[in-house]
Design a protein around this ligand. Structure first.
Ligand code: GLU
Length: 297
């Protein structure tokens, strides 16, 4: 039995687009190639950003592309107690502190200067909770499987928010607690999340969690050179099989896996079988790919 545990963790702020397909596919292939488990976690920790029905659409889209996950879906909206327990563990040794400052107050600084570290500046005002980054100032270093050694200076990272003033949990805390509790050994995700990783490494360290391995993927950019995102309304993935097949092929091309041209019209199960057998990270190029190139080559 492999001890590989991977996951795909979309935020249901809209349907999946080509960039998210590439991330889901890479994490699926990496897990299946290793004979490991691949889980699905819906990161709906910020409800105002998650329109009704978006998560269901994501589940249907993954299904249409043959990306079948193991076990039940995890929903972050169910995980309040786990996040609260983690925050308590950080509060006890003084690693987390309440902060009343607003972004406007520190707008002349690049990162939050830590004014509330030794006592809330404006008692009585709503507070966020932040992680202290100034204790044990060591560089945050890890080896990315594609981008190589990454090193960040804690003084440049600032004190990351763990719980927001509106009482919603911050993504950084939720993702770290869930990855640890689900025993995730390998995080495979888009390059746009690489600069979140140092905060997650700091939190894993503060909570005494094991550190997963990381593979950040080359970014897929739109024809206009902009990052694809739900915000710039990148096209939603189709669910009809005739449209899904060539797009799955294009995603394999975007991942530099050089799938045979004849596979472009093959059923998804056949394409995925080929892709699992041939999955090779060494083929991935760290260069950004344009969506149009990927979809037409
Ligand atoms: N929920 C995040 C997103 O959709 C991804 C989190 C992760 O893979 O760590 O951008």
């Amino acid at each position: 039995m492999s001890d590989y545990h991977g996951r795909f963790a979309p935020t249901p702020s809209g349907p999946l687009h080509f960039g998210s397909l590439v991330a889901a596919l890479a994490s699926f292939l990496d897990a299946r190639r290793a004979g490991g488990v691949w889980r699905l976690r819906i990161e709906d920790v910020d409800p105002p950003r998650c329109p009704a029905g978006a998560a269901d659409t994501i589940l249907r889209q993954l299904d249409a592309f043959g990306l079948h996950w193991d076990g039940p879906v995890t929903w972050q909206h169910d995980r309040h107690e786990a996040y609260a327990a983690a925050l308590e563990r950080l509060k006890a040794p003084g690693l987390a502190y309440p902060c009343s400052c607003s972004r406007r107050q520190w707008r002349d600084h690049r990162i939050y200067p830590g004014w509330c570290r030794d006592g809330v500046c404006d008692p009585g005002k709503p507070v966020a909770w932040r992680l202290r980054s100034d204790l044990g100032l060591r560089p945050v270093v890890w080896q990315d499987r594609l981008f190589g050694e990454q090193s960040f200076d804690p003084a440049e990272l600032g004190d990351v928010v763990l719980r927001r003033k509106d009482n919603f949990w911050a993504y950084q805390l939720a993702v770290v607690v869930d990855d640890a509790e689900q025993g995730i050994s390998d995080v495979v995700r888009g390059f746009d999340l690489l600069d979140n990783t140092p905060w997650q490494r700091q939190l894993q360290h503060a909570l005494g969690y094991p550190e997963p391995r990381y593979l950040h993927l080359p970014l897929i950019i739109g024809e206009d050179g902009q990052k694809l995102s739900k915000q710039n309304l990148a096209t939603a993935l189709p669910e009809q099989d005739e449209a899904v097949r060539p797009l799955l092929h294009a995603a394999l091309v975007a991942l530099d896996q050089a799938p045979p041209r004849a596979l472009a019209t093959a059923p998804v199960a056949e394409q995925l079988r080929w892709a699992i057998d041939h999955w090779e990270i060494a083929r991935l190029s760290a260069e950004a790919h344009r969506e149009a190139d990927a979809a037409t080559s």
